[in-house]
Design a protein around this ligand. Sequence first.
Ligand SMILES: Cc1cc2nc3c(=O)[nH]c(=O)nc-3n(C[C@H](O)[C@H](O)[C@H](O)COP(=O)(O)O)c2cc1C
Length: 268
Amino acid sequence: MKVIAFNGSARKDGNTAGLIRSVLKELEAEGISTELEQLAGKQIQGCIACYECFKNQDRHCAVKKDMLNECIDKMLEADGIILGSPTYFANVSTNIKSLIDRSGLVAKSNKEMFARKVGAAVVAVRRAGAIHVFNSINHFFFINQMVVPGSSYWNIGLGLNPGDVEKDDEGIRTMETLGKNMAWVMKKIEFRVKPFAADQDCLGRVLQKRPGSPGFFCQSQVSENYQARIFRSLAENLGPFFMLGSFFTNRLFSLLLITSMALTTDMR
Ligand SMILES: Cc1cc2nc3c(=O)[nH]c(=O)nc-3n(C[C@H](O)[C@H](O)[C@H](O)COP(=O)(O)O)c2cc1C
């Protein structure tokens, strides 16, 4: 799994970058790979409302003279997207606004191509106006059918000069919690999107933790919903073989497999 983070500040390695890095650190600790793309010194022009993206349907913006399509490719490849912006006159930075408008219209014209990716806003501010920036970025995530995790406070850090946010203890804690929650949500989505891979991983952990465990079937400890999901996952991935095996020759093994997995996850 991967998260791409954009720092929309005109200042490289400033406060927005510092806050984003606090989120990325937690994601990395959870085994999620990350990339930080700093937009300082680069110019992404605004949307020209040509609506060519609706005609072309190629998941790219028709304006090709800047790096916007590279940003879109990174967003498409990632499972999670962080948009970080400083507060400029109570609003997002110019580059973040361009990224929102152009990638947003391309997403809309290409079958909601960001749907169910996980999104998080990160905002640096000296004093006031950050909540508007936070809302603007979240509007982008929500209209694109993305999933947005929360934190212990709104994702805002206080500081004027580069590095100042490091002194905002609560701001940094908010980012760390955001990183943990983002990782948690991403893993849950991964489980649903690629259930069989997750199930295999889960089973691997079962066997390591409990060597020789018979994995008794214990219906009362496992929700019907979870049983149904594992059943569906196995049926989808192994198709007729699983169905035949489960109904004729190998029914007991299937039950043991399902039970082992179900008993050792927190998905009940
Ligand atoms: C053009 C401009 C407008 C700004 N407007 C605001 C503002 O509305 N409210 C505020 O509290 N700080 C404002 N600031 C201060 C920045 O939000 C603050 O310094 C922030 O930490 C910058 O993040 P950075 O280090 O990532 O660039 C403004 C700064 C600039 C350059």
